[in-house]
Ligand binder design. Structure first.
Ligand code: ADP
Length: 253
């Protein structure tokens, strides 16, 4: 099958809202361990694509396969999350009054985690995992602070850390640098590159949707340009930015 060897395979994916095609025969193939950036003007279908992958929206047509064979269109959101597909939305949703450590502990306990479960003693393994994740996201020295004291950028990193508490094989990041300072944007690029290379918690693939072109450039990954629900161009940032069709979509009309 053409999906063989991919971590994520979309082919001919179509989503209609009252006859309007938010996705129109979208095809996208992500390799295991790949970092991919997705750009496109407002309304291009980026959010709808993420919604289809995570089971929030069911496509009217097309294939959505995980790991070359798992049909995501037949699974609900919880089952898809359990496969190791994590999504980070644009707006961070951390528990402001809890410490970073406790936020990560809750994330480890997953959907069953409640505040009450914080009173149970953590295994050494769980503590190690929290330590590893804090190191990865660069927040070790803030572990005991309430998350509410973090900057907007640090909250974004904590939330990425919360995703990493589960064994994620595919991470979907929705505009991870929206509203961040230049320094935070640079640090986020470094973190995403680390996440892409890090194998200490297993191999993972990342799909990053972002508007900030300089940020996309700094990731130096393959870029997919969406337009009107399908792929307009794919390649290096230089290749897509000099593609006349891409230039027209961004600057024309
Ligand atoms: P992007 O994230 O690239 O800005 P979206 O996936 O949000 O694009 O939207 C693609 C198109 O589909 C837009 O024209 C949007 O108005 C439309 N759309 C998205 N969700 C819905 C919905 N629930 N009902 C109707 N139209 C929608």
């Amino acid at each position: 099958s053409p999906a063989q060897g991919s971590i994520l395979y979309l082919d001919g994916v179509t989503v209609s809202f009252d006859g309007f095609k938010a996705l129109n025969a979208l095809s996208l193939v992500i390799a295991p361990g790949e970092l991919r950036t997705v750009i496109g003007p407002n309304g291009a279908g980026k959010t709808t694509m993420m919604d289809v992958i995570t089971g929030k929206t069911r496509p009217d047509a097309g294939d959505v396969l995980f790991d070359g064979h798992v049909d995501l269109t037949r699974l609900d959101e919880a089952a898809i999350a359990n496969l190791g597909i994590g999504r980070k939305f644009q707006k961070p949703t951390v528990f402001e009054k809890l410490s970073l450590f406790d936020n990560l502990e809750l994330a480890l306990k997953g959907p069953r985690g409640t505040l009450a479960t914080l009173f149970f003693t953590l295994s050494g393994e769980a503590k190690d995992r929290i330590g590893q994740v804090l190191t990865l996201v660069g927040l070790t020295d803030k572990a005991k602070l309430p998350a509410g004291q973090l900057s907007h950028g640090e909250k974004q990193w904590l939330e990425i850390g919360m995703l990493l508490m589960q064994d994620q094989r595919l991470l979907l990041l929705d505009e991870p640098v929206a509203g961040l300072t230049d320094a935070e944007t640079e640090a986020t690029a470094a973190l995403i590159l680390d996440l892409s290379r890090d194998r200490s918690l297993g191999e993972r693939s990342l799909v990053v949707v972002e508007h900030d072109m300089e940020f996309v450039r700094s990731l130096a990954a393959k870029v997919t340009v969406l337009h009107e629900g399908s792929v307009l161009a794919e390649g290096s940032i230089d290749a897509v930015q000099s593609n006349p069709r891409v230039v027209e979509v961004y600057l024309g009309r």
